[in-house]
Ligand binder design. Structure first.
Ligand SMILES: [Zn+2]
Length: 340
């Protein structure tokens, strides 16, 4: 704690020194050197993001404000000189550093709830696998497997996170539309620095009966959601600012979704990788993933159309290991998200 205070003091001295320099401005290189943050600069749009852990500050050349953590507007004037030198005013630079190196008392970001969505249900069985097994017809339905695994993931999460909401879209063989699922997830109340994770669980089918393996999907960055932010809630009415904030919030959600997907995929690989191949991360505009205003992924447990995999997916020990892998991935993501 003391070490951090000394560090922040040193940074302030650096800023004062920089302010006394030729043009009284602080360069982006100085910010990076002091904070260890990374810079993503989009020259075409004259837009940049500095980030460290999950803290990020986005700014545009020629503007007199920047946006911290996609939520808060801070006064920073950004200039991109003819020599390509990107600079901030001294007071603004101090604000940026304060966001990248938050005080110990600052409220940390938190995952308030995990929403688990077993796909299909009721009159919608999802994919169906039929195989001859020892002279008998074995039939497995996606809606049953995904409900089973979802219950297991839910139970594991409830033990680890008694202080958080662990919600399921359906707890039994009920039919829900995709819209009902995302509406349920979007209706979960969260505080200012809180997020919900959306994890939809499915099983796969292929015309190629040899296809096997698990995979995790996330939203493609190309998709633009127009209304991620509630203007009243964040207290911004300027349409342009709102549009910028919305784009940044979406980019942030995309990054978090990729991280969550990667974490779950490696969790599954560690548990069942010696039985079933990892088909990797996939990106597509799945409806449930697109409409949820939160980090969202879709997990495919395996192929019911492959005889061997269908047999595994009928084994409760295997389903428990799949659940354990998904759970491990979620826990690892939450740890990284909250401990920036
Ligand atoms: Zn499905």
């Amino acid at each position: 704690m003391i070490k951090k205070a000394v560090f922040v003091l040193l940074l302030k001295l650096l800023i004062v020194a920089a302010a006394g320099a030729a043009d009284g401005r602080v360069s982006v290189e100085e910010i990076i050197a002091s904070s260890g943050a990374r810079l993503q600069w989009d020259a075409a749009r004259q837009k940049g993001t500095l980030w460290k852990g999950f803290a990020r500050v986005t700014f545009r050349a020629g503007r007199d404000y920047a946006v911290a953590d996609s939520r808060e507007i801070i006064a920073v004037s950004t200039a991109n000189g003819p020599d390509g030198r990107l600079t901030f005013d001294a007071a603004g630079a101090e604000q940026i550093l304060a966001r990248l190196l938050p005080d110990d008392g600052r409220q940390q970001r938190r995952i308030a709830a995990v929403f688990i969505d077993p796909g299909h249900g009721g009159r919608d069985p999802g994919t169906i696998g039929r195989h001859m097994n020892g002279g008998e017809l074995m039939e497995i339905q996606e809606k049953d497997i995904v409900l089973d695994v979802s219950h297991r993931v839910r139970d594991l999460l409830q033990v680890s996170f008694p202080d958080r909401e662990i919600v399921m879209s359906r707890e039994n063989d009920a039919y829900l539309t995709l819209e009902q699922r995302t509406d349920l997830a979007n209706a979960i109340e969260t505080g200012k620095n809180e997020s919900v994770l959306f994890v939809s669980i499915h099983a796969n089918a292929s015309l190629n009966s040899r296809a096997t393996g698990f995979e995790v999907w996330y939203l493609t960055p190309e998709f633009r959601r127009p209304d991620l932010l509630d203007p009243e809630r964040i207290g911004v009415s300027d349409i342009e600012v709102l549009s910028i904030l919305n784009t940044m919030r979406e980019e942030e959600i995309t990054i978090e979704s990729v991280l969550l997907a990667r974490s779950i995929l490696s969790g599954m690989y560690a548990e069942v990788g010696n039985h079933s191949p990892s088909r990797g991360l996939k990106k597509e505009a799945w409806y449930v993933v697109r409409e949820a205003r939160m980090p969202s992924v879709l997990v495919e447990l395996g192929f019911v159309t492959n005889r061997e995999e269908a047999r595994r997916l009928s084994d409760e020990h295997y389903l428990q290991r799949l659940a354990q892998g998904i759970y491990n991935g979620i826990v690892q993501f939450i740890a990284g998200f909250e401990d920036r």
